[in-house]
Design a protein around this ligand. Sequence first.
Ligand code: ADP
Ligand code: MG
Ligand code: MG
Length: 931
Amino acid sequence: MAGRYVYSFGRGRAEGHGGMKDLLGGKGAGLQEMTRIGLPVPAGFIISTVACVLYLKRGREALRRAIGREVERNLRRLERATGRRLGDERDPLLVSVRSGAARSMPGMMETILNLGLNDRTVRGLAERTGNERFAYDAYRRFLSAYGCVVFGVPRDPMEQFLRDAKTRLGVQEDTAVPVEALRTICRQLQTHIREVIGRPFPESVEEQLWGAIEAVFRSWMAEKAVTYRRVERISGLPGTAVSVVQMVFGNLGETSGTGVCFTRDPNTGEKTLYGDLLLNAQGEDVVAGIRTPMSLSEMRRRLPRAYKELDRVRTILERRFRDMQDLEFTVEEGRLYMLQCRTGKRSPRAAFRIARDLAKQGVITRAEAVGRVTPEDIERLFYPVLDPRVPRSEREARWLATGIGAVPGAATGEVALTARLAEKAAGAGRQVILVRRETSPEDVAGMHAAQGILTATGGKTSHAAVVARGWGKTCVVGCEELSIDEAEGTARIGRRTLRAGDLITLDGTGGAVYEGSIPLTRPALPEAYHDIMGWADSMRRLGVRANVDTPYDALKAVEMGAEGIGLCRTEHMFFDSEDRRLAIREMILAANVETRRSALARLLPFQRQDFEGIFEAMDGRPVTIRLLDPPLHEFLPHSEEEQRALAARLHLPIETVARRVEQLKEANPMLGHRGCRVCLTYPEILEMQVRAIIEAAVAVRRRGIKVLPEIMHPLIMDPKEFDQVARHTREVAGEVLGEHDMAIPYLVGTMIEVPRAALLAGAIGAAADFFSFGTNDLTQMTMALSRDDAGRFLPEYVDDRRLGILADDPFQTLDQEGVGQLVIWAIERGRAAHPGLKIGICGEHGGEARSVGFCHRAGMDYVSCSPYRIPIARLAAAQAAIESRSAGRAAATGARHRARPGGGDGRARSGNRAGGSGGRQRGRRHPVAQA
Ligand code: ADP
Ligand code: MG
Ligand code: MG
């Protein structure tokens, strides 16, 4: 209805419903819906967010003109419904005036209770209830809340009156303050407010009401609310609604109380009422910690009727909202009233269990259950945590400081103040925590070696945080109490001085730093995790593989759900032992082909053995093996001392070794003599590697284990390069198979990691069996960004309060807008030239949820990522499949479908940036469609 601002509810009739969050706020929509389905809710009305916009834009007069009559009408209606009148001196109606936007912003906006009290109505209330103490308790609460919220009178001095009275009377609890004292407090409050604002506290209840409505609207723009929205990336909401609700009283005595509860345990997900009730109290008293509330099981004993009702309400609400709810309620003389419901926040563990249980109960579908858990839930499920059996007192005794928890989980180890020392200690088998003022790319090796990272500066997107998150490594940043004296080798935290080697423990979830080592546990995966992941697997189209180089990691990957290996790097194998290192170095230093071949011949058995191990571990699943990729220079010793030793072992003059190292040095090795370029110039390297792979395949096959090798050439930039290496690969493989008289299917493919290869993907694809997008290098080369150096400025690029040029770190989340274009182009050309071309991704992005969504929409066959990211990829792949299925359905039924940021139509698009809004609501669920 045009021009409508107010929606009433009460006595089982509601003008709004639960789908109207944008208009009525979450709280308002919830009250309407609860009324509509017959739950016990006090009556009231909601003034919509449209009125908030109007007020903030055009001010008081415009607001009154627009909504005055409607508010008046609804107030009369509320008075009829309750049988009481606002301002009635004998039996006054009291209301609460409450804030509430479409998204919950706990504690950020204002609410005023007990509105309608003045010096006359308070007496009427006392008489009607026969409880004078209650009436003045409500009055003093109202005066101080109103003074603070509407007039901006500081809260603390007002609360001091009550504290003083308690001291004077020698009582502990608010409930023990007698009526005389409360009356005095009310007078003190009135005087105090009058002094501060320069006029008397309004006795007119109409004036009170409008003052409160305006104050709630204004609280939308209060600094804390604005900041909260920025930090939580809440954008696009018009404002807050105002709910005016008949008061029900939890402070009427020992059969009344105020409570909060979850319909399931938010920590475990168990189906049990979980919450607290505080008797003879009002509103936030229950969470303010003024007295210890009682558990709901005690409520069951003390207030059985209200408890039973709450239990019934729980079931109804869960069915209605199809999720666990967070409830606020009041019991007035034994009767339950519902005051708020919303979807409850929960631990990752509970997220799995609740989603699974609701699906099993038939409340939601399995696809919805899969959509209810997030990649972050999975990530957090795997982190080691502080052992909950450690008593809290012990933890508190060890507490040193609290910074910002950047990567959840916990870690314990000895303090290392430089990356080098961290590496050294870790190399010696000790657990370390790297403690730095901040980290930089030079520290990366030390960071990797550490169990956890602690920095004095930085926020959740600092270098330390970003790098640590990539590894799932516990990290606490911005610990301001920390100062480091590198020269002294000490770190001060608060009053404690730590030296290298002292033990500390980090809790990356809460950001706390503890002295000594607190035992950690790896939480066992809950049963519900396996159920949900099983459902996810049955729904996804994308395959999920792992990037692993060793049989041990391969087994771990399979355990995490890998269906193959998408990237097995062979260069790591050359560093594995002294023998291997020596052989590869000899190969590189060889003056002629013969020497090179003989060195390679010594490497071959090592490689074959490694491949056998991996094929065995993968037990018939496909294994993509990438041939030698790094520049040869990386394998050579750089210090004179090491070069001398190498020369001696190879019976070469030191000068020869030094000269060769010098010759191989490159100004820009990333763009140098590496990847397939090495195999093209030294074909004998390719021969050795392919031989090792196929011989391993033959050996494993002879043991009755199926093998599916996929040989992959890195750094291809031209179809002719690929044609040559592929032909050579097939020749060697054919030769080996011929020697053993066996036929083993194998594939020969290429990485697409050079932009030129993506551009020429048609010609390359014609000859290739598969493509695997190496999006790390593809990103570096497309964006001219070095992963190792970008840390110096990339955070500013990504921070939308600084430069805000990129929406995300392109090394974490695939840059769909740019790099994604190349990917899509290459897939289209490749498949056009070679229908059925197998296509995957093996960059870090293969384990990042939004990038996985992109890979699904781009039509890839699989993603490949490090083992511990596999569950995330499985979930993200399932969610992407579910999403495109429902998008397809919506399109088919002709329903309007708003594309999500990032595109939901198979075409990469960075929605919010393309729109130029600069807003970053990515990853958020779209607002519930209006019914
Ligand atoms: P918040 O958004 O901060 O939770 P609310 O508007 O929900 O603020 O109000 C806070 C608390 O005040 C509620 O949880 C409830 O206990 C109490 N309250 C609000 N309205 C009423 C009412 N009409 N009757 C009794 N208590 C109320
Ligand atoms: Mg509330
Ligand atoms: Mg590469």
